[in-house]
Design a protein around this ligand. Sequence first.
Ligand code: HEC
Length: 102
Amino acid sequence: MTRVLYATLAAGLLATAGYSHAQNDPLQVRSWAAGCANCHGTNGHAEQGMPPLAGKSQADITEKLLAYKSGAAPSTIMQQLAKGYSDDQLAAIAGYLSAQKK
Ligand code: HEC
């Protein structure tokens, strides 16, 4: 019984870690964006001096993220983070953040 439970949990974790092939499922996008909240604040409201993201346009955020990914924009950490997502995923995350109220 316990083993079945663990197997189910593990499968769930793998699915949320991006192994599912569903394209930009809203819940999936929200969980990606949750990873940004550690630094940029809950739902894009920044705390402790990090740039706020909520309410910026999707185009602006996407452009920044792609520039970090390619190395065109200087960054301390965003370059490493941006490389972890496909261009499509970055655009979806940007869309989610831009839809959050300032
Ligand atoms: C470990 C902390 C951290 C995490 C996690 C993080 N960021 Fe950042 N972000 C930064 C810092 C610091 C900067 C300033 C540029 C730099 O030095 O990398 C930044 C800059 C940005 C900018 C540019 C903002 C501006 O107005 O110039 C965008 C857009 C951005 N991050 C988006 C994201 C997204 C989307 C995620 C989630 C996928 C994310 N960040 C996760 C720390 C973080």
